[in-house]
Design a protein around this ligand. Structure first.
Ligand SMILES: C=CC1=C(C)c2cc3[nH]c(cc4nc(cc5[nH]c(cc1n2)c(C)c5CCC(=O)O)C(CCC(=O)O)=C4C)c(C)c3C=C
Ligand SMILES: [Fe+2]
Ligand SMILES: [Fe+2]
Length: 327
């Protein structure tokens, strides 16, 4: 019997190898997307192809090499584990096989590949679940655009539903809170908690992107769930790119300042990342650790992304159940 519906999990994408060539290909597609960088093409193209794609790939490839795993890029390896765990959870929950495919907005596995696999499984209803808790035009919006492109040649569209965001979903907040509590228990004490989100240009938020508001809400709900007092937790934005102003405060500047203030112990969580990747394993766990400790800070501890933790898989299966009601 054909499945009633299928699920397409979507994440950002990652280079095929930790080499300058593969990183160049990946960045060309990612940074060439007008949803990510909205400058007019005539202005942006010479900068991207003439400057950035010549200078950045060797440097970024080294960073990727420092986090690369036996199974490949962490983002992809963890995505595969999430895909398998979600399929198992849905089979248990519904008593039926629910096909789950993983797709990336940029690179492989592509949305075309994932869509064909779902079609081959006999599915004509697809729930698209972008792995971005907070909506941004640069991520969730880009998934929507890329999906439309992948489906454009189809003579007959599948029925579609799309999860816009889940930044305030009780099971998301509960999963984050469980990961922080578990970390504090394992460490035996609590550091000052920094919630660091991937940044976006401030101009995008000024023009209506709800991302900043979603991040703020996630932080407040997580602080409430952990019963944290005002002033014992902070929010910041990481991964700045280019010269324009991004959402503030910046994570690197915050940690340098905390280091200079001789802060004894810091715990950093990055709630916008559903899976660990370059931006958490290298930028937060390595680069920012160095900024903090070189400035004079004490202990520095990174709290891993939700990855394939059971509470996270439960959240994903709950999102599937809620968004496929009636199918
Ligand atoms: C203008 C540039 C960028 C915007 C806007 C942006 C938004 C954004 N990105 C993520 C999640 C991820 N980003 C990752 C890597 C990454 N991001 C940018 C730039 C922008 N991101 C670059 C150039 C890179 C590549 C690395 C580098 O060259 O510095 C990743 C990691 C992928 C991996 O392979 O591990 C993720 C995930 C979010 C959530 C977001 C806005 C909400
Ligand atoms: Fe990014
Ligand atoms: Fe980065």
């Amino acid at each position: 019997m054909a499945a009633r519906y299928g699920v397409m999990l979507v994440n950002l994408g990652t280079p095929a190898a930790p080499t300058a060539k593969a990183v160049r290909e990946y960045l060309a597609e990612f940074l060439g997307d007008p949803r990510v960088i909205d400058a007019p093409r005539w202005l942006w193209w010479p900068i991207l192809h003439g400057v950035i794609l010549r200078i950045r790939p060797p440097k970024v490839a080294k960073a990727y090499a420092s986090v690369w795993q036996e199974e490949g890029s962490p983002l992809l390896a963890i995505g595969r584990r999430q895909q398998r765990a979600l399929a198992a959870a849905l089979a248990e929950r519904t008593g039926e096989a629910v096909p789950v495919e993983l797709a990336m907005t940029y690179g492989q596995p592509s949305m075309e590949q994932a869509g064909l696999a779902l079609r081959d499984a006999g599915v004509d209803k697809i729930l698209v679940l972008p792995l971005y808790p907070q909506f941004s035009r640069t991520t969730t919006g880009a998934v929507f655009q890329r999906l439309a492109k992948a489906l454009a040649p189809c003579p007959h569209l599948p029925e579609l539903r799309f999860v816009n965001h889940y930044h305030d979903h009780p099971d998301y907040i509960a999963a984050l809170a469980a990961s922080v509590r578990e970390h504090w228990e394992a460490q035996g004490d609590r550091g000052r908690l920094l919630m660091s989100y991937h940044g976006i240009p401030k101009r995008y938020v000024d023009n209506g992107d709800p991302y900043g508001r979603h991040c703020q809400r996630t932080s407040e709900l997580l602080a409430q769930a952990l019963e944290l007092e005002e002033g014992s937790w902070f929010q910041s934005y990481q991964s700045r790119f280019g010269r324009e102003e991004w959402l503030k405060p910046y994570t690197d500047e915050t940690l340098k300042q905390w280091g200079a203030d001789k802060t004894e112990c810091v715990d950093v969580i990055s709630p916008a990342f559903a899976a660990d990747c370059l931006e958490t394993l290298e930028e937060i766990d390595a680069e920012n650790r160095e900024y903090f400790q070189e400035a004079g800070g004490g202990r520095y501890r990174y709290i891993p992304a939700l990855n394939d933790r059971p509470e996270h898989i439960h959240l994903l299966s709950q999102l599937v159940a809620e968004n496929t009601a009636g199918w």
